[in-house]
Structures are given as structure tokens and as C-alpha cells.
Design a protein around this ligand. Structure first.
Ligand code: ATP
Ligand code: MG
Length: 443
């Protein structure tokens, strides 16, 4: 299926450029994806107009200088949506991180500086014509990722290309052309020169775009990329690496949530503290780090116990289910169980023992119901701190401990959540605590 149909807004921008005597070509990911029959939202244009000319043509109000030094001007369409228009350019100097560019070159020059043949195809909507000087269409058919030009030299120019090749190969189910793979492997030792932000962005895109991220992560292992960038993940067994595969199918909805969950899956084996350190080094957002650390922390605390209970014959009691929900937190039950289920599925796929999916689903339903209905946090207890103070219990950490003990008792037996019983129990606990203090044995 051919989807070489750029949106009207992009066609209008291209027409406008061509009417003024400039060339305008659709390039990059959108052309590649269209030829593969996939949808692609951002259609980028390459043009012979310089950034200054693009700004003159569309006016200051409709243009945003997103990366003028690299030739990129954002042009707003009628709905205020931005489209990138980039001047044909050649990279004149690169040091593996930064590029210095030259304008005033041809489309062919511009395509030659692109990373892989499948990304170096241009399409002119006006001419209804493809320019494909490096055999990108053949490689799309052969399903290979192949560097444009000399792979070793291209990887040296920009080390990120090693990670990009892995991502494209795993995203499309392509092989990596052997000389290109060799250049990736020899790049691996130099990947430490990349900024953490660029590495993180590649991992983000892997988690967002790749249906089975483990295919990419396995290449990060075999090429040596993990060894340089995240050594803790280098020796991880397949069962641990494939957890993200079980965390959702690609799609545009809930992208950040799924990505975060996939990070938790990838890092679960390391434990909460190490996982936090990895994401901090990659400059993950505070929210992402907190979510991942909390999930893995809960997983490490409960995972083994849950697995044992879900493998044993009688299903867990309601009291046990309530205790799990209380430990995980009402709002985290969904994310936690998706993570747990993915870890168990990944283990089973490797022939390791883990609970059956049906048992996991059944307990998840019970946990959801419990999260909605049951008294699992202090806020729903029939007494609060004020009640206990009025009953004569002195404020302080002792009072907090008594409240927690009351909650545990109610989680165990919800019938106890009555003011009378709770106050009586609180007085009993207070009496026991002061007796303990009096005889010097501590509370
Ligand atoms: P995605 O779907 O991930 O956005 P894409 O191919 O559109 O894939 P972009 O990162 O958006 O990738 O880049 C757009 C185009 O710019 C690429 O198709 C490629 O031609 C070129 N390009 C991007 N990054 C590099 C790079 N590091 N080296 C050479 N060319 C690159
Ligand atoms: Mg893109």
C-alpha cells in the first residue's frame, strides 16, 4: 500500500516554495514510512531556499527559527501546526557529536548526508517523483538497514547513528547490513561521548515505537552499546530484557505512561535504587524516576510473595488481597499489576516458573474491586487522630503507630471498622505500650 500522500498543509507549503522558484521535497521518515505503508504524522520538507528566504517567503509570524544554524525553519500552517522546512545542506565538519553545515548544495548532497538508505529517499509531490540515489527502496524491500556511504566513517561522524540503526531495524523487523553492523559494534566503545539526553531520547523512542523492545535491547547488548552506556544492563538475561515486550502495543494513546512502565520493566531486575540511578544518569524527568522507583520498590517487596500465592492451590484470601492493595496503593494497582504480569509472562516465555496468566487476571480483578471498595488507607478508617486524642492518647509517634495497627486490623477483618471497637482496641494498644515502656522493654 502506497501512502505517498502528504497532508494538504504540507502540499501548500511545498507549492508556495516552488512557485517562488525553489525546490521542495518531502524527505526522511515520512517518505520511508509511506513506502512501507505506515502512517507518519510529521512530513518534513527539504528545500533549496535558505533559512532567510524561507522566513521572507512565509513571514516572521508564520515561521519559527527552530534550528536555523542547521537550516531548519518551522512553518506554521493555517491551523497553527508547525512543519519543518530544512535547507539542503551538507555536513562539513563533524566530531561525533556536533555538525557544522553548509547550505547552497543540491538535493543529492542533502540525501548523501543522511544516515541510512531507507532515510535518504526524497519525494516531490509536484513532480510525483522519487529521488533515491542510494537504493533505499531496494533496502525497504530487502528489509535491511544500511548506512549511506562508508559505514565506519558515517558512524564516526555521529555516534548516535549506531543507536538509530538498532532502533530502525527492530522497529521494522529489518536486518542490519553486516558492514553497517560491524561499524555499530566498533562504535560501541565511543558511545560514552554522546550526551545523556541524546541517549535517553533514543531509548524513549525505542520504548515508544518498537513493538518488541527486547529486539533492540538485545542488539544494545550484542553490539556492546549497553556495556558502554548502561553496564548494569549488559549481562541481563533474556527473561529480564524482554519484560517491556509485554507492556503494551504501539499506539499514540497514553504514550508517556506506557514508556514509563516499559522503563520499569527493563530496569526491574536491578532493584529500585539502581533503576533510579540509571534514569538519573540519563536525565530522566523527576516524575518518571519517581514512578519507576516506586513501582520497582513495591515489586521487590511483594513480587515473590505474590508469585508464590498465585502458584499455590487455594487462591489468596480476601484479607491477603486487601493487604497487597494497601501496600501497593489504590491508584498504583493497575500499573503494578501490568508490570508484575509482564515480568511473569517474560519468565514463563523463558521456561521459568511463574504464575499462570489466568491466575494473574483473576487476582487483578479482585484487587481492582478491593481498591475501589475496601478500607485500605487511614483516610477511610472510622476513627482518626483527633478521636484518639479525645480518648486520651497523647499525640506523637505512638499515636501514629496505633492508627497503623488499627488499619492493619481492619484490613485483616473489615468488620472491625466501627468506632467502638477501634477506640477500645486503641486503648488496649496504648495500655500495652505504656506497660512495655514502664518495665523498660520499650514500645
Ligand atoms: P522517526 O520516525 O523516528 O522520527 P525519522 O526518520 O523521521 O524517524 P528523525 O530523527 O525525525 O527520524 O530525522 C529525520 C531524518 O533526518 C531522517 O530520516 C534522516 O534522513 C535524517 N537524520 C536524522 N538524524 C540523523 C543523523 N543522526 N545522521 C544523519 N541523518 C539523520
Ligand atoms: Mg521524524
Amino acid at each position: 500500500m502506497n501512502r505517498l500522500h502528504p497532508p494538504t498543509a504540507v502540499l501548500e507549503i511545498a507549492d508556495r516554495l516552488e512557485e517562488s522558484g525553489f525546490e521542495a521535497w518531502c524527505v526522511g521518515g515520512a517518505v520511508r514510512d509511506a513506502l512501507l505503508g505506515h502512517e507518519h504524522l510529521d512530513w518534513d520538507l527539504a528545500t533549496s531556499a535558505t533559512p532567510v528566504q524561507v522566513r521572507e517567503l512565509f513571514g516572521a509570524r508564520r515561521t519559527i527559527p527552530v534550528g536555523v544554524e542547521f537550516g531548519t525553519v518551522g512553518v506554521l500552517d493555517r491551523d497553527g501546526v508547525m512543519h519543518e522546512v530544512t535547507t539542503f545542506r551538507r555536513d562539513v565538519k563533524t566530531d561525533g557529536r556536533h555538525a557544522e553545515v553548509e547550505f547552497g548544495v543540491s538535493l543529492e548532497d542533502d540525501l548523501a548526508r543522511r544516515d541510512f538508505t531507507i532515510n535518504a529517499i526524497a519525494y516531490s509531490p509536484r513532480l510525483v517523483e522519487l529521488r533515491d540515489p542510494f537504493g533505499g527502496q531496494d533496502d525497504l524491500v530487502r528489509k535491511v538497514v544500511r548506512a549511506v556511504g562508508d559505514p565506519e566513517a558515517r558512524m564516526r561522524e555521529d555516534r548516535l547513528r549506531a543507536l538509530r540503526a538498532i532502533r530502525f531495524a527492530s522497529r521494522f523487523g529489518f536486518a542490519i547490513d553486516p558492514p553497517t553492523y560491524d561499524a555499530i559494534a566498533s562504535s560501541a566503545a565511543f558511545l560514552g561521548r554522546l550526551s545523556p539526553e541524546r541517549v535517553k531520547q533514543e531509548l524513549d523512542k525505542t520504548m515508544e515505537q518498537v513493538r518488541r523492545p527486547s529486539t533492540a535491547l538485545a542488539l544494545w547488548q550484542s553490539s556492546g552499546a549497553f556495556q558502554t552506556l548502561i553496564p548494569k544492563l549488559h549481562g541481563l538475561p533474556r527473561a529480564a530484557l524482554s519484560v517491556p515486550d509485554y507492556l503494551g502495543v504501539p499506539g499514540l494513546r497514553h504514550r508517556p505512561a506506557r514508556r514509563t512502565l516499559r522503563y520499569a520493566g527493563m530496569l526491574a531486575r536491578l532493584g529500585a535504587q539502581e533503576a533510579g540511578a540509571v534514569l538519573t544518569a540519563l536525565r530522566g524527568s523527576r516524575q518518571e524516576i519517581q514512578t519507576v522507583v516506586a513501582l520497582i520498590d513495591r515489586w521487590r517487596a511483594l513480587g515473590d510473595e505474590m508469585a508464590a500465592a498465585l502458584t499455590a492451590a487455594p487462591p489468596p484470601t480476601d484479607a491477603v488481597v486487601r493487604r497487597w492493595v494497601a501496600a501497593i496503593g489504590r491508584l498504583q494497582v493497575g500499573a503494578f499489576m501490568r508490570l508484575a504480569s509482564a515480568i511473569w509472562q517474560a519468565a514463563r516465555a523463558q521456561g521459568e516458573p511463574a504464575p499462570e496468566l489466568s491466575a494473574v487476571r483473576a487476582v487483578y480483578r479482585r484487587m481492582q474491586r478491593s481498591a475501589f471498595r475496601d478500607i485500605i488507607d487511614l483516610g477511610s478508617l472510622a476513627v482518626d487522630g483527633d478521636d484518639l486524642r479525645r480518648a486520651g492518647i497523647p499525640p506523637g509517634p505512638g499515636l501514629g503507630k496505633i492508627l497503623q495497627a488499627l488499619l492493619t486490623a481492619v484490613i485483616d477483618d473489615p468488620g472491625r471498622n466501627a468506632t467502638d471497637w477501634l477506640l477500645q482496641e486503641a486503648m488496649r494498644l496504648q495500655g500495652a505500650a505504656s506497660a512495655g515502656n514502664a518495665d523498660g522493654s520499650g514500645a
